[in-house]
Design a protein around this ligand. Structure first.
Ligand code: NDP
Length: 323
């Protein structure tokens, strides 16, 4: 209808986002955020974007009346939020509602990696328990490990709490030391990698963390080293990781995120000491529904002239005051 704000559904949006945007706004859809797919007239009408794909500065500039971009996911490295902020376009993400789910999955991935549980199940299903006897003892264990968490934010802290309850000692690396935790802080990632044998990566993607986990960091972890990566694939130097796993510079890796999703390098698929998941850390029906609601609630609040619920830091300075 004429008085409803026009909201663009960009990319493969979650069905609940689609359903609610169609019910509450005037909805438009495109598969990729490409200005060439929209007429001038349509671009002029768009006031909000529900984003499940890359949103470039060029695309933002092609929408003269854009007011808000609501990103599906806490990680918003695919949205040019710095550019949006220069145009006073609000960008929101979905923090907190997924932290417990992602932390749970991370612990599961760590256990699967060191205790080879997916391989043991495949062994049973292939009938090998009957024909060959017990599955071989795992050379790795979680017992006695020292954990280094790269990124102790909302999710990293939940991972730390869980692994603390497992009786493991916890170190972390962030740019700023936290005053509210007793875990051991390292100013430099390489120094933490020397001090621990298990590196859990849960920092945001983007230029500041690109290829931060490089050959030197992996070598510092040592031959009992385990890498667990659940932040963004861009943070890991993937070719260096493949080499480190192949020549046993480190012992094993568990990965939920990759440099070029959904394409996983064949070399990684071929490695017996890599435990691989298709970016599923937050992927339960209930958690994804919570994220979907937060996307649409942010659009609703901002387009109604109220404060955003979860603005990204780049946009916090021009958020509206809560009344
Ligand atoms: P937060 O913003 O709460 O935490 C980010 C943490 O990383 C902070 O401790 C921050 O500390 C640290 N950090 C940021 N940049 C750097 C840097 N350059 N060097 C060192 N430390 C850094 O985010 P969340 O915990 O909510 O989410 C983290 C990320 O996890 C998301 O951005 C997303 O990419 C990823 N994620 C992946 C999922 C999956 O499905 N696999 C699901 C959900 C999230 P400081 O600022 O002091 O450096």
């Amino acid at each position: 209808s004429a008085d409803r704000a026009v909201v663009l559904l960009a990319g493969k949006v979650h069905p609940r986002v689609r359903e609610r945007v169609e019910a509450e706004f005037d909805a438009l859809s495109i598969d990729a955020a490409d200005a060439g797919l929209l007429s001038d007239e349509t671009r002029n009408r768009i006031r909000g974007v529900a984003a499940a794909t890359r949103i470039s500065a060029e695309f933002i500039d092609s929408l003269p009346n854009l007011e808000v971009i609501a990103n599906f996911g806490v990680g918003y490295d695919a949205v040019d939020a710095a550019h949006a902020a220069t145009r006073k376009v609000m960008v929101t993400n979905t923090p907190d509602v997924l932290s417990d789910e992602v932390a749970d999955t991370t612990v599961g991935l760590l256990l699967n990696t060191v205790r080879e549980l997916p391989k043991a199940e495949a062994y049973l299903r292939a009938g090998r328990w009957v024909t060959e006897g017990a599955y071989p003892l795992t050379s790795l264990t979680l017992r006695g490990r020292t954990i280094g968490i790269f990124g102790l934010g909302r999710i990293g802290l939940e991972i730390a709490r869980r692994l603390e309850a497992f009786g493991l000692s916890i170190h972390y690396h962030t740019r700023t030391k936290r005053s509210d935790v007793a875990y051991t802080w390292h100013e430099k990632l390489i120094d933490m990698a020397r001090a621990v044998d298990t590196l859990v990566v849960i920092v945001p993607g983007g230029a500041a963390t690109e290829n931060a986990v490089n050959a030197d960091v992996l070598a510092a972890l040592g031959e009992q080293g385990v890498l667990i990566s659940v932040g963004r694939g861009s943070t890991i130097d993937e070719p260096a990781l493949i080499s480190a796993l192949a020549d046993r510079t480190i012992a094993a890796a568990g990965l939920d995120v990759f440099a070029d999703e959904p394409n996983v390098p064949q070399a990684l698929l071929d490695l017996p000491n890599a435990c691989l998941l298709p970016h599923v850390a937050s992927a339960s029906v209930s958690t994804r529904n919570g994220m979907a609601d937060l996307v649409v609630d942010n659009l609703r609040e901002w387009l109604a002239g109220r404060p955003a619920i979860t603005p990204v830091p780049e946009c916090a300075s021009f958020d509206r005051e809560a009344g």
